[in-house]
Ligand binder design. Structure first.
Ligand code: FPP
Length: 247
């Protein structure tokens, strides 16, 4: 841990950054309620907060960020809220072609696409194509994402390969499973951040988070600032990661 000369304040060690950060952006609704605003205003503020955090992570040299934007369970929210979130996501993807893309961000989505509207599916293809040759941070937007669905489809694909004689049961390895997830080819998150004081994973990246450091904060997502993100990284750098060994 490094300390600033004058204030003895912990500062980030740039040699030990997390490569991949996962974020459960929680608390938009409570943020809006506290202000007497509709929940939609909280989601809008959450999207603005996300833009700032991605830019800051990219500038800092972090390689991957995966953000939980809409879960497979979020369809159970009132239709009005689901429609609002879908429109916000569509606008975010469109807008990203002018903003985040210009900042060299690679934008991808993870999750099952078939339940999304044709318009969103087309926009995802367009935004991914538009940003695929960028060389900055890879931003995975988890959209209609659920870890159980992800793992189920990986298992199904393995079962199909086994039934067709393409692999034997002995060839089913953790690497084979990782290679069939939406995040194939990417490192697992080193750090998971969840805002709003809830301490649970809510079906987010259950396989990939096996050895991630967890950081829970009471801050509501729209209030989560670049400074808060720095505090999370500093806390991460204090941890002694042993991966089951003795360190
Ligand atoms: C959880 O807060 C947040 C969500 C279900 C949606 C996350 C979406 C955003 C941050 C904005 C849109 C994202 C993009 C990529 C445009 P909550 O609504 O459950 O809050 P609450 O627990 O306080 O009610």
């Amino acid at each position: 841990m490094l300390f600033g000369k004058r204030k003895r304040e912990a500062v980030i060690d740039y040699e030990n950054l997390p490569q991949h950060i996962g974020v459960i952006m929680d608390g938009n609704g409570r943020w809006a309620k506290k202000r007497g605003l509709p929940r939609s205003a909280g989601h809008k503020a959450g999207a603005d907060s996300l833009k700032k955090i991605v830019t800051a992570c990219n500038n800092m040299g972090i390689k991957y960020i995966t953000v939980y934007a809409f879960s497979t369970e979020n369809w159970s929210r009132p239709k009005e809220e689901v429609d609002y979130l879908m429109n916000l996501l569509l606008g975010y993807l469109r807008d990203a072609e002018n903003t985040l893309a210009g900042e060299n961000v690679v934008i991808r989505t993870i999750g099952s696409r078939t339940e999304l509207s044709e318009e969103i599916q087309q926009q995802i293809i367009k935004t991914e194509e538009f940003t695929k040759n960028n060389t900055g941070i890879v931003m995975n937007i988890a959209l209609n994402y659920g870890a159980r669905e992800e793992l189920t489809s990986a298992m199904r694909s393995l079962a199909e390969d086994a039934a067709a004689g393409r692999i034997t049961p002995e060839q089913v390895t953790p690497e084979q499973i990782s290679a069939r997830l939406y995040t194939a080819g990417q490192p697992d998150p080193d750090l998971l951040i969840r805002t709003s004081g809830e301490i649970r994973l809510s079906n987010f990246m259950l396989w990939q988070l096996a050895y991630s450091e967890m950081y829970f904060t009471d801050r509501l997502w729209p209030d989560f600032s670049v400074k808060d993100r720095e505090a999370a990284i500093i806390e991460y750098q204090r941890r002694n990661r042993r991966f089951g060994g003795v360190g």
